[in-house]
Design a protein around this ligand. Sequence first.
Ligand SMILES: NC(=O)C1=CN([C@@H]2O[C@H](COP(=O)(O)OP(=O)(O)OC[C@H]3O[C@@H](n4cnc5c(N)ncnc54)[C@H](OP(=O)(O)O)[C@@H]3O)[C@@H](O)[C@H]2O)[C@@H](O)CC1
Ligand SMILES: Nc1ncnc2c1ncn2[C@@H]1O[C@H](COP(=O)(O)OP(=O)(O)O)[C@@H](O)[C@H]1O
Ligand SMILES: [K+]
Length: 511
Amino acid sequence: MEYIVTSKEMRECDMTAIKDCGIPAMVLMERAALSVFSEIEAFLSETIRIAIFAGCGNNGGDGLALARLLAEKGIHADIFLIGNTEKLSMECGSQLSILKQLGITVNSKSAKAEYDMVVDCLFGTGLTREITGIYEEAVRAINCYGEKGSRVIAVDIPSGVCADSGKILGCAVKAELTVALQYGKAGHYLYPGKMLCGHTVVHNIGIPESFKSGKEPSFFSYREEDIHGILPERAAFGNKGTFGRILLVAGSRDMAGAALLCGKTILRSGAGMLKIITAAENRDLILRELPEAMIYTYEGKPEEEKVRQSIAWADVIVAGCGISTDENAELLMEMILEQGEKRAVIDADGLNLIAREGSLQEKLLKYQKGRVILTPHPGEFIRLAGISMNTYKENPAFYLKKLAKEYGCVIAGKDAVTLVASPDERMVYLNRTGNDGMATAGSGDVLAGVIGALSASLEYFQAACCGVFLHGLAGDMAAEKQGKRGMLASDISAELKELLKEETAEREKRI
Ligand SMILES: NC(=O)C1=CN([C@@H]2O[C@H](COP(=O)(O)OP(=O)(O)OC[C@H]3O[C@@H](n4cnc5c(N)ncnc54)[C@H](OP(=O)(O)O)[C@@H]3O)[C@@H](O)[C@H]2O)[C@@H](O)CC1
Ligand SMILES: Nc1ncnc2c1ncn2[C@@H]1O[C@H](COP(=O)(O)OP(=O)(O)O)[C@@H](O)[C@H]1O
Ligand SMILES: [K+]
């Protein structure tokens, strides 16, 4: 698990290290400069032409310290200190006077020279408003060098990217490599900031871990190695009941594929038994393509007794993929929400029905807290929350947390960067796997399937986060094999099977 912080949280960490632990700010700055140095070391030679663009805050101070480390190795860098030097931060001022003592020249204006590498230290987490004037000119100059082939390295975060939202404040540097200090910031991983960071590496600069449960930062994310500890071990003595009885309510007359994709993924993700309730038109397809599933099909109105029995049988219900929003689908959703206690994953039209029908919203509000996972994409979310797309996109984590609390549900807000919010005060999960090849019909059905299967054995918030992570990783594997343009949702499902196979093999190796 890796923490991801906002600029305020990063400042609090800096302050704890400096004030409470007594680590001098200049020591942290030296560590920051050494981190950047270690990342660029491989490209250095005495003939390399380097420019460092520094601002007047501590990000600029990191750049000035880097210039000194380079000089120590006999490498000259042109240093451009941009801004009002009367307003230098204390540490940046100290770094400047060290350079002066050493006889290293610092310029106030960028020259028209050619560079192999340009280091961006204009602004870091202290950026508070749109970049204009001389700073904008400096950002444009850096990007110009980048376009001409210079390697652009951003210190902490590309200048102009808001560390909290990933938004561009006026204009921003486009980096090839970003050396993030101590923690990744939300802005490194949220769009459009993510695109401007290039490759992001996080370096520890010696700030002691100061987060305590209940005072944790805003976000966390999984790394590949975390999953081994999270996925439940399969009991060697288990039977098909042990691994979860999943009821899938999906597919309608014109949407057969959703039930098939989601159902197949449920079984491929380790569930023991699967029963599908779907429209009669899908019967032949499901029996042919997924003979492992039990099936109840309805022609006209679903038989309530049959549906109730199936609900009672299940450990987990996955509902909504392709069920349409007709009266049969509405009846099914009424019955699912009515019982109010089974673990449930609700997706797609299931969500659209809840957004439309007050009676379903009431049932969801009364549902046992912490039993339901909602998996809306942005269009579904704004219908559920009754807000505009612009409002949602302004701060998705805030609105996801708000609705999660209101309904007592976990909400996986699907998007290019999926966020998972829990109804309690837990950190929001920020997903870093996946790619645009996953913007393909049916990939959401695959996600509902994997989360459904994991919900049989994992705590519900973990099931959602882990499902989103694995789904993205499988998407990355599918993209590598099939290409982002040509990959299908069924490829993601197939790669999930491979991924879980590797995970099991890895676990058995360690026993
Ligand atoms: N001890 C530590 O904290 C450590 C911090 N470290 C490093 O410091 C970075 C954070 O440093 P920071 O807080 O000094 O902020 P930074 O990003 O340099 O910018 C602030 C300056 O910019 C100005 N300004 C803001 N927006 C502006 C705009 N649009 N246009 C024009 N000016 C604007 C603002 O001025 P003001 O708002 O007061 O007018 C202020 O002068 C962090 O990312 C990391 O790299 C590491 O060395 C480890 C130890
Ligand atoms: N650009 C992208 N980068 C990463 N993941 C993406 C991207 N676009 C879509 N996805 C993922 O693909 C899935 C699409 O789900 P959804 O919109 O419900 O599709 P469908 O309704 O066709 O099944 C989500 O899990 C989403 O996070
Ligand atoms: K920067």
